[in-house]
Design a protein around this ligand. Structure first.
Ligand code: MSP
Length: 498
């Protein structure tokens, strides 16, 4: 069973921010979940290194674009390591194999008869690397990012869309291609209005790109170059990983939906490849109500957040705070609240209380000494599976938190610290029951809070459960084990001063 997941490839003109971390964590959560379920997952991320944006940033620093890319792509890699991102491949669009694949792809598009040479006159935004029709440009500002646009006139290669519109429209209407569902209408509208796509740039204006095969007065438009990464990483055209195509999920932000949901399937169709199965486009994080931007100096650095609160807290916060797909508001106060109330109080305290009590009173372990029944856990597990399959992380975390609350209630109501004084067996039974619930919680929470769950799985003697290299089924998770040998977890989420 193969499963192919991708993130966008990130521009290397700047350092990563929480928006980049968001998409990548979302992809990692699904990758880990699918691996636990026994899938052979290929998880791709990387960097988008060509185009005017990178050229300009390098110029300002008085270095070459390649030097800038060499320097900055490493920061992304470092961040992914900090955030426990388990990617299979990190692609760079300056990789020679990628550049070769782009040329092959281009040549195939041309021979399919869908490419012609023409002239483009219109508004152009360097930041978005896109042309915009006059109807969308107000006061000389880009309709997408708000920056100033310039009038540009140049020869260009165009991709003719008319052959593809109807089929794509049907595909969008009748499949699970666009997620969340509420974005379908906007894509269908954009598709209706779309003109032929300019797929090259004159070399005079943009020199940092892949030359158009057979016509080096032009470079290939950076979005064509970038989208092809999803197949070049598999060894397009004939590499052995091509069997992973079509991608199961492309995770992206809502701002780049048009490129993925309209351009990409058309390009693929032109070269005879299937469209991806799902494009999941998430919302944007604002910061304290405002758009994140350099000029407002409110860009949140994921390294700093991870340093202060830990990687698991960031991973948890982003998907517990808002339904995945919607916009959200990021603030240090909001993340601190989640840390203190959900992670430290509900979850961390539960684990500490149970594990410490077990360590002190049952150093040999707690044995299963009661008849088994676990319908409540089974219902929760089934629901969690359904939500995870559906990439509804918010609801999946809800299911998990209901169990955390249930376990806390059980601990309070059954007070094993009283029971132990007169009925040791009963106390052991309570702790076993709690350890069993915790085992299920740890499994379900693992894709979100990787390192905490790994640590705790050692404390509870269930590390085998989180081994992604061997598939787990319901029986593994819900089945009763002979005994739990438990050591204290210590304080998992210590108080953060300041
Ligand atoms: N290079 C292109 C993608 C090419 S994919 C074939 C690109 N790169 S990017 O670095 O600008 O952005 C990458 C991702 O970050 C996008 O999915 C975008 O939605 C996401 N985010 C950027 N700012 C964001 C927020 N403030 N909040 C959430 N995600 C945001 O686009």
């Amino acid at each position: 069973m193969k499963f192919y997941i991708t993130t966008p490839i990130y521009y290397v003109n700047d350092k990563p921010h929480i928006g980049h971390a968001y998409t990548t964590i979302a992809a990692d959560i699904l990758a880990r979940f699918k691996r636990l379920m026994g899938y052979n997952v290929f998880f791709l991320t990387g960097t988008d290194e060509h185009g005017k944006k990178i050229e300009k940033a390098a110029e300002e620093l008085k270095i070459s674009p390649k030097e800038l890319a060499d320097k900055n792509h490493i920061i992304f890699k470092e961040l992914w390591e900090k955030l426990d991102i388990s990617y299979s491949k990190f692609i760079r669009t300056t990789d020679p194999e990628h550049q070769e694949a782009v040329k092959v792809f281009w040549t195939k598009m041309v021979s399919s008869g869908t490419v012609y040479k023409g002239k483009y006159v219109g508004w152009y935004c360097i930041h978005c690397e896109s042309f915009f029709p006059s109807s969308q440009v107000k006061d000389g500002k880009c309709p997408s990012c708000g920056r100033a646009v310039d009038i540009l006139e140049e020869e260009s290669y165009f991709f003719s869309v008319k052959k593809f519109k109807e089929k794509l429209s049907k595909y969008i209407e009748t499949s699970n291609f666009i997620r969340p569902e509420f974005r379908k209408a906007e894509v269908l509208n954009a598709l209706k209005e779309i003109d032929d796509i300019s797929i090259s740039r004159s070399r005079e204006r943009v020199s940092w790109g892949i030359p158009v095969p057979g016509d080096d007065k032009f470079v290939i438009y950076v979005w064509v170059d970038a989208l092809i990464n999803y197949v070049s990483a598999l060894g397009y055209p004939n590499g052995d990983k091509m069997s992973f195509w079509p991608a199961d999920v492309h995770f992206i932000g809502k701002d780049i939906l048009k490129f993925h949901a309209i351009y990409w399937p058309m390009f693929l169709e032109a070269v005879g490849l299937e469209p991806p199965k799902t494009i999941f486009s998430h919302g944007w994080w604002r910061v304290e109500g405002k758009k994140m931007s350099k000029s407002l100096k409110n860009v949140v650095d994921p390294f700093e957040i991870a340093k202060l609160f830990g990687s698991d807290t960031l991973r948890f916060f982003m998907f517990r705070e808002i339904p995945f797909g919607r916009d959200g508001d990021f603030s240090e106060e909001a993340i601190r609240k989640r840390y203190e109330s959900n992670l430290a109080k509900d979850f961390g305290n539960l684990l500490l209380r149970v594990s410490k009590f077990a360590e002190n009173n049952f150093p040999e372990g707690v044995r299963k000494n009661f008849p088994s029944s676990n319908t409540e856990l089974e219902t929760a597990f089934d629901l969690w599976m359904e939500k995870m399959e559906n990439i509804d992380y918010f609801s999946a975390l809800d299911v998990i938190w209901n169990l955390v609350n249930l376990a806390n209630k059980l601990m309070d109501q059954k007070s094993p610290w009283n029971l132990i004084k007169h009925d040791r067996e009963k106390a052991e039974q309570v702790i076993y029951e709690l350890a069993h619930i915790i085992k299920v919680i740890i499994f379900m929470l693992y894709p979100f809070c990787v390192s905490t769950c790994r640590k705790v799985s050692h404390n509870f003697g269930i590390q085998w459960l989180l081994d992604e290299s061997s598939p787990k089924d319901k029986k593994d998770v819900l089945g009763f084990q002979e005994k739990f040998k438990i050591s204290s977890t210590g304080v998992l989420f210590p108080k953060i001063e300041g």
